[in-house]
Design a protein around this ligand. Structure first.
Ligand code: FES
Ligand code: FES
Length: 327
């Protein structure tokens, strides 16, 4: 539970606050003080922010209250114990402070991305008692009653792709992202969905992810990733196109005497800077006799060719000569 007191910050507290306020007054702070008028909002909020920082104890891991006199907190502040990814953090927060702000500015936990900072994009989503919530909007002062806060940092169990949670692995290997700003939020909303519903249909996935926006428009791959992750979490065998198994299958297909065309997905040795670079590159490659089709993304390229005229080695050499070698 939170607690509040009624004293005024000391002079030294105020100095400390003013110094920190310059760097920490945000658009949120400004909006909170809008009722006081634009000219005074920064000053009012600055004072509040100073008090917040001056009274906060230093707590970064499973911890207890710090050295500050917590029985004399201003009325605008609360001492709360946040349970984040299984670790308890006792912090003193301003009653208007978001969970995202507390995690980042007080605890140094950069486990959620900040997108809109106004509850519209879902980039900052974390789970609170299993429900996906926007950490930019939920108030830390209300999270001290034993709620279980879960972030993307708690999902992986080991190094590399093998150590990722199935949901993370699916987003990674299915390419369910581009810039990645939205990805942590999508992953946490997906986690909430698949925990409650192991086999969602498309409408249910759409509903569960409706609070998350991907400005890069990778929805098709995001939905594919959700379905793949769901299958793996149900214990089914899943195969990613980039795995050696599938590549081997494709090799067989390309050497089959009955195959009309050969096709293979290649991963660029160095990803393109932007997706816009793909089209002129693909156009140039298509001019080579024997190339039937070229498509892809900034990370991979799919080439279809006539096996009577080209083979994989020649295609690889062609791609390298055109300016983008593949692995
Ligand atoms: S940053 Fe929280 S919803 Fe956009
Ligand atoms: S990957 Fe860029 S916003 Fe989703």
């Amino acid at each position: 539970m939170g607690e509040a007191g009624g004293t005024t910050p000391t002079r030294s507290d105020t100095k400390s606050f003013a110094e920190r306020a310059k760097a920490t007054v945000t658009r949120r702070d400004f909006l909170i003080g809008a009722g006081a008028g634009a000219a005074t909002a920064g000053v009012v909020l600055g004072g509040t922010a100073v008090a917040t920082k001056a009274f906060q104890p230093t707590t970064t891991t499973a911890s207890t209250t710090g050295t500050a006199n917590l029985s004399t907190l201003p009325a605008t502040m609360r001492r709360v114990e946040l349970n984040i990814d299984g670790a308890k953090h006792t912090v003193v927060v301003d009653t208007r402070e978001s969970l995202w702000e507390t995690m980042n500015f007080q605890l140094g936990l950069s486990n959620a991305n900040l997108g809109c900072d106004r509850a519209q994009c879902g980039a900052c989503a974390v789970l609170v008692d299993g429900r996906s919530m926007n950490s930019c909007t939920i108030l830390s002062a209300r999270l001290g009653r034993g709620q279980q806060i879960k972030t993307v940092a708690s999902l992986a169990t080991g190094p590399g792709v093998a150590g990722l949670h199935p949901i993370q692995r699916a987003y990674w290997l299915e390419g369910g992202f581009q810039c990645g700003i939205c990805t942590r939020g999508f992953i946490m909303s997906t986690f909430a969905l698949l925990t409650a519903n192991p086999k969602p249909d498309t409408a249910q996935i759409s509903e569960a992810l409706s609070g998350n926006i991907c400005r890069c428009g990778e929805y098709a791959k995001i939905f594919k990733a959700v379905n793949t992750a769901a299958a793996e979490m149900r214990g089914e065998k899943v195969t990613y196109r980039a795995t050696p198994v599938v590549v081997e299958v494709q090799k067989v297909a390309t050497t089959s005497p009955t195959a009309a065309a050969a096709s293979k997905d290649f991963e660029f040795a160095t990803p393109l800077d932007t997706i816009e670079q793909l089209e002129p590159f693909a156009t140039a490659v298509k001019k080579t006799d024997g190339i039937i089709d070229v498509s892809g993304s900034e990370r991979q390229i799919t080439v279809k060719w006539d096996p009577a005229k080209l083979d994989e080695a020649k295609v690889r050499a062609l791609l390298a000569a055109a300016g983008h070698g593949v692995k």
